[in-house]
Design a protein around this ligand. Structure first.
Ligand code: 13P
Length: 250
């Protein structure tokens, strides 16, 4: 079964509009002949600027989060309606920084997943264990729970709009990458969870990205693994010089 590769850049809380525009412009031209599926997720404040540059290119516009409600008294939050208005096509949900710094739980993430799907967005659902959970032998159990609860109530018809990103928390921004073997084992396990929930066809088709200190030096080895279908890149997504070689890994 061959799945398309999907390489996404999560710009996190970096870049002014001018800086974001410069990077988006560089990626639009340098990835124009890229063979894979691409996305960048700038800060909310740069979505409009970056969206205008990416329109008509092969790079999708993503948001890093959304509110669990369409509108109302949610100070500081951003709604799917506002994201749609900006031309956003996909939303990253359940990122470990949302889970661990801002204490988002699986129930809240699940509400966001369902709302984003209802409004036609693609979703990148992030799962991943803490170091102490891995050391306690609980990596699979944590990823299983986050996958099952994150997708609770999501219909089989919507599964093609879901990408899973396995991001072991101990590998994010630390320079420590999971070995391709360790990452692949979790990806295979998550695929089995999807098979149990949605059948083997859905499981074979779902894209599972790896995230956590992906660099040009390790991208090809990770992506060579059977169950690793792409990458969700943080630090190395912040310049064209570091992101393009990952996006065009050979
Ligand atoms: P780093 O690539 O900086 O480790 O970040 C990974 C990540 O969290 C992407 O969402």
């Amino acid at each position: 079964m061959s799945r398309p590769y999907y390489i996404a850049g999560n710009w996190k809380m970096h870049k002014t509009r001018a800086e974001a525009a410069e990077l988006a412009g560089a990626l639009a031209s340098r990835l124009a002949d890229g063979k894979h599926k691409y996305l960048v997720a700038p800060s909310f404040t740069s979505l409009e600027t970056v969206g205008a540059i990416l329109r008509g290119t092969n790079i999708l516009l993503g948001a890093q989060d959304c509110a669990p409600a369409e509108q109302g008294a949610h100070t500081g939050e951003v709604s799917v309606l506002q994201l749609k208005d900006l031309g956003v096509q996909a939303v990253i949900l359940g990122h470990s920084e949302r889970r661990h710094i801002y204490k988002e739980d699986d129930a809240l993430i699940n509400r966001k997943v369902k709302l984003a799907l209802k409004h036609g967005f693609e979703v990148i659902l992030c799962v991943g264990e803490l170091l102490e959970e891995r050391e306690a032998g609980r990596a699979e159990a944590v990823c299983e729970t986050q996958t099952i609860q994150g997708l609770e109530g999501v219909s089989a018809a919507d599964i093609p709009k879901i990408t899973i990103a396995y991001e072991p928390v101990w590998a994010i921004g630390t320079g420590k990458t999971a070995t391709p073997e360790d990452a692949d084992a979790i990806h295979a396990f998550v695929r089995k969870v999807i098979a149990r929930l949605y059948g083997t066809d859905a499981a074979e088709k779902i894209i599972i990205q790896y995230g956590g200190s992906v660099k040009s030096e390790n991208a090809a080895q990770l992506m060579a693994k059977e169950h690793i279908d792409g990458a969700l890149v943080g630090g190395a997504a912040l310049t064209a010089e570091t992101f393009v070689p990952i996006a065009k890994f050979a």
